[in-house]
Design a protein around this ligand. Structure first.
Ligand code: C2O
Ligand code: CU
Length: 447
């Protein structure tokens, strides 16, 4: 079904967006930029290709998207607390030639959010071709901490891609299992190098891959100091030798290159095994320590107040089983379901009452021991806390606010959330985009 995209198709992608009064090139233009012949780059400013939107807590941002593509698109602000008409429900298409306005009140905590296509059945292809961008939500409390800022606050958006001989992206879902590629792109550049000073940097790391879970580590063996999760700063910094980062998840880390001599090279690696395609590379980005420099930034011992939602405030628990199985046909393809059912746009599977606290229990059930893949589960509208993993407490890298929780094959996780912000229809789904496109999504309504 999925064929290699032709050059022409890629080059006709184009669109425009307006952010308040600031003109932005849209996420779609990124697709053109990204299909240029890959090159190494030495310095890594936030490139245009990510179209970063900077927002401040409490200040509404209005984005007008004009679709100049030949395919429909939908835009979702991942991690945002967004009214339903602006949240990008998968059938709220912006058809070719049409514009749509999205309103983002930005009431959530300061965090590294991102926006991406969410069109029914073809999100995977659209995101793969470039429809994803960063959305940095800031607030005063965080700015006051004196964490590394400006040129020392660097987003790293990681995506793996497969290229054809002309340097164009090849979108292959491997029979609806996972679109993976052997080339790691960071902010659109393959295997980049970043020249750094021997001082502290803050890195906002997003795994924007369609289907590749990562496990981050430094080649030097030194720990990464994690300061934030999907939903912003942790209470205290947590040093970790490895940080798992599934699709759509974000972590923020501080790396102090003062620990290395000038001339040192440190690689941010992916420790995860190659799977399915066998083509996932282990090198993400290389940091070259090139000079010493004054460092007036701080890494405070106390970062934020993360208010726990007490699990006993929950009025109910809902159970969601994520499973996949083969579908008859030739070639055989995979069918992905939640609680045994396909995504149905008119049928909410849950109707939490506004203001209620609920526990949602996600289970990744293997069928016949095969097709066991990780399902990063994303819930729109809410930020949640992970309260339990396979009966035990969550690991340290996910003790802050989350909007996506990775559930590996045969495992389960429980989250607690308060359903507030807006009433209306939202979705919960797997963030392996090939699973999402093949029905592993469900509607819920806050009533
Ligand atoms: Cu990042 Cu429903 O998506
Ligand atoms: Cu999945």
């Amino acid at each position: 079904m999925d064929t290699r995209p032709s050059r022409r198709e890629l080059l006709t992608l184009g669109s425009s967006a307006l952010l308040a009064s600031v003109a932005l090139r849209s996420a779609v233009n990124a697709a053109e930029t990204e299909t240029r012949i890959p090159r190494f780059q030495v310095s890594l400013p936030i490139p245009e290709v990510l179209n970063p939107v900077k927002a401040r807590r409490g200040r509404t941002v209005v984005v007008r998207h004009t679709n100049e593509l030949r395919t429909s698109t939908v835009v979702h602000l991942h991690g945002g607390v967004t009214p339903p008409e602006s949240d990008g429900f998968p059938t709220d298409h912006i058809m070719p030639g049409v514009s749509r306005t999205y309103t983002y009140p930005n009431d959530g905590r300061a965090a590294t959010l991102w926006y991406h296509d969410h069109a029914m059945d073809h999100t995977g292809r659209n995101v793969y071709m470039g429809l994803a961008g960063l959305y940095l939500l800031e607030d005063r409390g965080e700015s006051a901490l004196r964490l590394p800022a400006g040129a020392f606050d660097v987003p790293l958006v990681i995506q793996d891609r497969l290229f054809d001989a002309d340097g164009a992206f090849v979108y292959d879902t491997f029979h609806r299992l996972a679109a993976k590629g052997g080339v790691m792109l960071v902010n659109g550049a393959p295997w980049p190098r970043l020249e750094v000073a021997a001082r502290k940097y803050r890195f906002r790391i997003l795994n924007a891959s369609n289907a590749t879970p990562l496990r981050l580590a430094l080649s030097s063996g030194r720990p990464l100091v994690q300061i934030a999760t999907d939903g912003g700063l942790l209470p205290v910094p947590v040093p970790l030798r490895e940080i798992p980062l599934a699709m759509a998840e974000r972590v923020e880390v501080v790396i102090d290159f003062a620990a290395y001599p000038v001339g040192a090279r440190v690689i941010l690696q992916n420790l995860n095994d190659r799977d399915i395609s066998g083509r996932v590379s282990d090198e993400i980005i290389r940091f070259d320590v090139v000079r010493s420099e004054e460092d007036d930034s701080a890494l405070p011992g106390r970062l934020s107040d993360v208010q726990a939602i007490p699990a006993d405030a929950a009025v109910r628990t809902r159970h969601f089983v994520f499973a996949g199985g083969p579908e008859l046909g030739f070639p055989p393809v995979t069918h992905w379901t939640i609680n045994g059912r396909d995504f149905e746009i008119d049928r909410p599977v849950a109707t939490p009452r506004y203001g209620d606290v609920e526990i949602w229990h996600f289970e990744n059930r293997r069928r016949l021991g095969i097709l066991g893949l990780i399902h990063p589960v994303h819930v729109h509208l809410v930020n949640f806390r992970v309260i339990e993993r396979d009966g035990g407490p969550p690991p340290p890298h996910e003790t802050g606010w989350k909007d996506t929780v990775a559930v590996a094959k045969g495992h389960e996780a429980k989250i607690v959330a308060r359903f507030e912000g807006y009433r209306g229809r939202y979705v919960v789904h797997c963030h392996n985009l090939e699973h999402e496109d093949h029905a592993m999504m469900a509607r819920f309504d806050v009533v």
